[in-house]
Design a protein around this ligand. Structure first.
Ligand SMILES: *Cc1c(COP(=O)(O)O)cnc(C)c1O
Length: 252
């Protein structure tokens, strides 16, 4: 549970170092460089004071999943540490179309684009504001019904699923303001490690297939959370989104 210790920069620095050490060990096992992996510290549900303490402990990439929360938290953090702070704010949650303006205004990276309509609305607002929002497309390769993301659950057998994704990539590439970074995925809840690994591996293989088929398709991969970020790194993740391992259990 949350307690005052959670907001102590010294304790947060220790937690951060422990997660970074686990990232480095996973990179070592996979023969990868830790510099390829961005740790997104997921501050969702926590007050701005927690993000400020995390900043003082050295964290610079923060993840939020509700646009309205990002829209108050970012200014609250900037009010204390200044606007030129080196922080990158990541919107990691799926969007409803009425939340696109807040995301376009306050996020620096978007991890969960899953619909053309959302892309169009974001692009329009970004163009008005002269902003860019580098973006991941969220794919669902596990087929779990509760999961968001474009359906790629049978992408190896079903050519229409890959075609739908290719079309979405080409459409987004024509929109100003939304440079693509790659694919994002979520592992199924409560699955065995080898099932989770298979989901991450399938996402990486889908990404390589797209790189072969779509000129210039970038191959970054946002995958892995507290319970599975090491597996994700072994399978090629470039962005891991970690909350509880850094900040403890969320109150909601
Ligand atoms: C909450 C959340 C996370 C972080 O989850 P933890 O289990 O706390 O690491 C990562 N990604 C998304 C999309 C989330 O909503």
């Amino acid at each position: 549970m949350s307690d005052s210790m959670t907001f102590d920069p010294a304790q947060l620095r220790e937690r951060h170092e422990a997660v970074v050490a686990r990232i480095e060990a996973a990179c070592g096992r996979a023969g990868r460089s830790p510099s390829e992996v961005t740790l997104v510290a997921v501050t969702k549900t926590w007050p701005a004071e927690l993000a400020i303490a995390a900043y003082q402990a050295g964290m610079r990439d923060f993840g939020e999943n509700r646009p309205e929360e990002l829209a108050w938290k970012r200014p609250a953090v900037e009010a204390v540490v200044g606007a030129q702070n080196g922080i990158t704010w990541h919107m990691i949650g799926t969007l409803q179309s009425r939340k696109t303006d807040e995301t376009a205004d306050f996020a620096d990276v978007f991890h969960a684009l899953d619909r053309q309509k959302i892309a169009g609305r974001l692009s329009r607002r970004l163009t008005e504001n002269g902003r860019q929002l580098p973006t991941f497309i969220e794919v669902n390769v596990s087929g779990e019904a509760s999961k968001s993301g474009l359906d790629l659950s049978r992408w190896r057998e079903d050519a229409t699923q890959v075609a739908a994704l290719r079309t979405m990539i080409q459409d987004i590439n024509r929109l100003p303001g939304l440079p693509l970074l790659g694919l994002m995925t979520m592992a199924p809840w409560d699955a065995e490690p080898d099932v989770i690994r298979a989901v991450f591996r399938s996402t990486r293989e889908l990404s390589s297939r797209l790189a072969d088929e779509v000129a210039g398709f970038p191959s970054q991969l946002s995958m892995g959370m507290t319970d599975d970020f090491e597996i994700a790194i072994e399978e090629g993740a470039t962005h891991v989104r970690v909350g509880r391992a850094l900040f403890g259990e969320r109150a909601r």
